[in-house]
Every structure is written in C-alpha cells, then in structure tokens.
Design a protein around this ligand. Structure first.
Ligand code: SAH
Length: 236
C-alpha cells in the first residue's frame, strides 16, 4: 500500500526543488512557521548525547535559520558555527538575542559574509563551505536542515557533512515522517532506509526517539499523522 513509511513512496517529492530565492522570500514575508521560539525539546532532552561529557566543543548548525539553540550552546561555553542563505535570518538572530557582531567578507567564497561574536554565522549556501574554511566539528545539531535540502541534493549534503566531522563526533539529526503523497514539503520526508544509505558508511546510526508532533498546521497541509524522528550518528 502507498503511505507505508519506509517504502519507495517518496517518488512524489524526489524531484521537488525549492530555490534559494524562495527561501529568502519566506524570510521576507515572515513565512517561517518552522522557527521554534522556545527551542527544540529534543535537544534539551538529548544534550548529553551530543556533548558526551565534553566541554568547549565546536558545534555546527547547518541551515541554521535563527535557531535559538545556537544561543543555548554558546552560553554553555561551546563555540557555535552556523550557515544560512538568508541574511535577514542572521540579523534577526543577533537582534533578538541582543548580541553584538561584526560582519566580514569570506575571502574564499565570493559574495559570502561571516557575522561573528561568540557565535560565527556564515551567510551563504552550505555547499560553498569546506573544512578548510570552517574547520571540523565535534557536534552537529541538524533540525530543519537535511529535511529542508532538496531531495536530489541529499547525497551531496551528506558527503559534505562527513568532511566537516571530527572523529568520534556526535551528530543529532531530526527528520520528519508523514505521507509524502499528501504534502509536497519542505520539510521533506526522509525515510530511515535513506538515512542508512546516506550516512551508514561513515556513521554508526541509532534512532533515539519518535515523537508525535501532529498539529493543526499539519492537518491544514492535508496530513493525518506527523512524526519527528531523532537519530544520533556517531562518526567512526
Ligand atoms: N534549522 C532552522 C531552520 C530550518 S528552515 C530551524 O530549525 O529553525 C531551513 C533554513 O535553511 C531556512 O532558513 C533557509 O533559508 C535555509 N537554507 C535553505 N537552503 C540553504 C542552503 N543551501 N544553504 C544554507 N541555508 C539554506
């Protein structure tokens, strides 16, 4: 039957492309229902899995938006790096937390800017980054990132993430699960089988929790179930 999660029923989404301009427009028009003002409960709950008792980590937020968890981790003494195409998102992040920052061009990436205080945010596409520009990370918080990447770019995204990880680092990944024939995304449905094929060669993968996150928003999208699925990937 179609609609069985984990099958090959992602066909309806695999060719969908959301352009950079569309993302910028979402920010301009305030169409950012994905933003969680109070942060994500799963990061709070599984923070120890990410940190593993370590202090002073370098933590990466791919496709960061204005995620408030960047402030949480910076306040704990970690060094946070994010990347986001929308300059407006980054300005809002610093403004909403009353943080000072300075802006500098990134010599290696034409048109890119880096805004930094104790949190360093790159304004460019993630595909422009490399470990020679941003270094490697001890931890990753990926929420609204892999699931926002265009389905045809997932392999490229995963391969890049592998190059940005230190040995023994932890990567917390939040995906979403719903019937992809009923909503075009983003967020896109990424089945567990695909997580395994994208990351299985480099990471040990464990599913930590599935949470029912169904709300009126999802009902309006035409869905009848919506789950968040949290994985921890240990870089081998
Ligand atoms: N992780 C954030 C934002 C999720 S929405 C959160 O949880 O709130 C996805 C974000 O990725 C948007 O802000 C969009 O502007 C940004 N984005 C989309 N494609 C990108 C790319 N190729 N490189 C960097 N940022 C991108």
């Amino acid at each position: 039957a179609s609609g069985v999660p984990g099958g090959s029923d992602v066909g309806s989404q695999k060719d969908r492309v959301v352009s950079e301009e569309e993302w910028l427009r979402k920010w301009e028009t305030g169409n950012v229902g994905f933003h969680k003002e109070r942060g994500h409960p799963l990061l709070q709950k599984y923070l120890d899995v990410l940190l593993n008792g370590r202090t002073g980590l370098r933590i990466f937020f791919p496709l960061c938006g204005k995620a408030v968890e960047m402030k949480w981790l910076a306040d704990m003494g970690h060094s946070v790096v994010g990347v986001e195409v929308s300059e407006q998102a980054l300005r809002e992040f610093f403004a909403e937390h009353g943080l000072q920052y300075r802006e500098e061009p990134v010599p290696e990436i034409s048109g890119a800017k880096n805004a930094s205080g104790n949190i360093s945010l790159y304004c460019c596409s993630i595909y422009s980054l490399s470990s020679s520009i941003v270094g490697k990370f001890d931890g990753v918080w990926d929420r609204g990132a892999l699931v926002a990447v265009n389905p045809r770019d997932r392999q490229r995204y995963a391969s890049l993430m592998v190059t940005l990880m230190e040995k023994n680092s932890s990567y917390l990944l939040v995906t979403v699960s719903y019937d992809p024939n009923k909503h075009k995304g983003p967020p896109f449905y990424v089945p567990e089988s695909e997580i395994k094929s994208l990351f299985g060669n480099h990471f040990e993968i464990k599913c930590l929790q599935k949470v029912d996150d169904f709300s009126d928003k999802h009902r309006q999208w035409g869905l009848d179930y919506f789950l968040e699925v949290l994985y921890v990937l240990k870089f081998l």
